[in-house]
Design a protein around this ligand. Structure first.
Ligand code: SF4
Length: 400
């Protein structure tokens, strides 16, 4: 299913290619992919996680949708939602009504929050001829209860996808796709490990754009792109700066504009971990291919999915898992960077802040919208946070 160019790019060419995909709000690359072979289908999915292996095995391209950023002016979208909610459902509806998403044969809305649930209802009303599924995830992590429930969800999803593509998914094909996405997760993890080890080599703006490219490309091509970057970047001779190491949390759904990510780095922060484009890091261990691959995907969700604001707490408390991840990445502090009105992110924040205070880890917080245009206040706040850590180690928490 690959449309890969099968050629090696220089580091600059990889980054430029990712930028061009980021700018591709009208999904022209999806249009080209579909046009290359008769009968191809594509389906959009909202953050945070969907089992892309299953979608791809059905011959359908999973396309990650993350709003319109600051490149889409919202006119019609505002009419569909009340004022005091986040931005991403408005820009998604705006893009759909303005024909940006015409190449999508459907939409998957994972159960992340009420806003996404309402978006699925809105989509069904506006586009009754296109597939739309609200995908629920288990709140219980025992195989007999949550596992059985999730399996039924995936079986229904698979049946819908098979109807869409007109193609029955074999165990062999699903196992092949599981291996492709295992490799993808492994490469993304290598990217994150390298950035944590030598953050001056991998600016977050580049790791972010690479992950965003995976929202649009077939997995084979995204794997090649990641391999290409990982091969080229060690020779880039980038200069190490006197920056602090921060863990960024809260940006898992509506995305900050690129300018905001650049601002954080310019304000003296190396981001050594984050929750951007989490679908590519949701499962923390490879899914073992073998008999009953659908059951293996269910087991992987129950046993290996990461901790998250939209996910019910498993046996381990979320603050404990956050502290472990901060220690693993050797972060000096935490930046809570969440969209305005994002209930899942903002409801977890006080719980995380208390754990950080008790552990003596510095933190700061601010909110954004995907079309935020002014970053000066954020630059000053984060710059002060960075300076205070450089001067005094772990200062009292900085809050706004
Ligand atoms: S940004 Fe937050 S509140 Fe808005 S749709 Fe995403 S998870 Fe829900």
């Amino acid at each position: 299913m690959s449309t890969s160019s099968n050629r090696s790019r220089t580091l600059e060419e990889v980054v430029q290619y990712c930028e061009s995909l980021y700018e591709d709000t009208k999904l022209q690359c999806v249009q080209r992919w579909k046009a290359a072979e008769a009968g191809r289908r594509a389906i959009g999915f909202m953050p945070v996680y969907v089992p892309r292996e299953l979608i791809y095995a059905a011959g359908v391209l999973p396309v990650g949708l993350m709003g319109g950023s600051d490149r889409v002016e919202i006119i019609k979208g505002d009419a569909y939602y009340q004022s005091y909610i986040c931005h991403i459902p408005r820009s998604t509806i705006e893009m759909a009504l303005s024909h940006y998403l015409d190449d999508l044969d459907g939409l998957l809305c994972p159960s992340i929050c009420d806003v996404i649930r309402n978006l699925s209802g809105m989509w069904k009303l506006l586009f009754p001829d296109r597939l739309c599924r609200y995908l629920d995830f288990p709140q219980n992590f025992t195989p007999e209860v949550g596992g059985a429930y999730y399996r039924r969800e995936l079986e229904e999803l698979l049946a819908d996808l098979e109807r869409l593509s007109g193609r029955k998914v074999s165990e062999g094909e699903l196992n092949r796709c599981i291996e492709l996405y295992n490799h993808n997760r492994e490469l993304v993890e290598q990217l994150y490990d390298l950035r944590a080890k030598q953050p001056w080599l991998v600016p977050t703006i580049e790791s972010y754009l690479l992950l965003r490219a995976g929202n649009l490309l077939p997995v084979e091509e995204h794997n090649e792109l990641l391999e290409n970057y990982l091969r080229e970047v060690p020779g880039s001779h980038r200069r190490q700066m006197d920056n602090i190491r921060v863990f960024l949390i809260g940006s898992f759904c509506e995305q900050p504009p690129l300018g905001l990510i650049r601002t954080l780095e310019k304000a003296g922060c190396y981001i050594v971990d984050d929750d951007f484009v989490l679908t590519s890091r949701w499962l923390t261990r490879p899914v073992e291919p073998g008999p009953d691959p659908l059951g293996r995907l269910c087991k992987a969700y129950l046993e290996t999915s990461t901790f998250h604001s939209s996910k019910y707490e498993g046996p381990q408390p979320k603050p404990k898992l956050l502290l472990e991840q901060i220690a693993r990445r050797r972060a000096d502090g935490v930046v809570f960077c969440a969209p305005s009105f994002c209930d899942p992110a903002l409801l977890d924040q006080p719980m995380y802040m208390r754990a950080l205070d008790e552990a003596g880890i510095a933190h700061t917080s601010f909110k954004y919208a995907e079309n935020t245009g002014q970053f000066q206040n954020i630059r000053e706040q984060v710059g002060t946070f960075s300076d205070s850590i450089k001067l005094w180690g772990a200062p009292s928490p900085v809050r706004t």
